[in-house]
Design a protein around this ligand. Structure first.
Ligand code: ZN
Length: 154
């Protein structure tokens, strides 16, 4: 099968869409992994990269989380190529949480409880991340308001 373009559609940075790029190197995929958070050390050999990430994640549900995240990256890529889908971290997070809910229902009894707890805390982690990401903006806005107030008294 021949395609006109083999570049990654998720980042549009002119990178060839290899499996390594799509799932780990792509700026969109990295942003997705950061929400979980799982960090991949791309300088390590592939197997060591997985072992390192699993060790740092520190939970037996690593496999389910990883497979679900990869699945949603893959379906996002397919939606962009075949259905004119949008590239959005917020949409990715919503679909990831939905898909993980399906995984929770199919998981074996040992994994079901930790998966459900982790999934429920995922929304909290997103809100926590957004709070810290927006904190400098909030500080600058308050500083701006303070300066405007001081300026109005002069
Ligand atoms: Zn990419």
């Amino acid at each position: 099968m021949h395609l006109d373009d083999y570049n990654c559609v998720l980042c549009n940075e002119g990178h060839e869409e290899t499996s390594l790029h799509l799932f780990f190197e792509c700026s969109f995929s990295k942003a997705c992994w950061n929400t979980i958070p799982i960090n991949w050390d791309l300088n390590l050999p592939h197997l060591d990269m997985v072992i390192d990430a699993r060790t740092n994640f520190g939970s037996p549900i690593f496999r389910e989380i990883c497979i679900t995240a990869c699945w949603v990256i893959w379906t996002t890529r397919n939606a962009v190529i075949f259905d004119n889908g949008q590239i959005s971290i917020n949409l990715w997070k919503r679909i990831f949480k939905e898909e993980l809910g399906l995984v929770c229902t199919k998981a074996n009894a040992r994994r079901q409880a930790p998966l459900t707890v982790w999934r429920d805390s995922y929304l909290f982690m997103i809100l926590f991340f957004l709070f810290w990401a927006w904190l400098p903006c909030t500080f600058l806005f308050l500083l701006f308001c303070l300066l405007c107030t001081v300026h109005s008294f002069i």
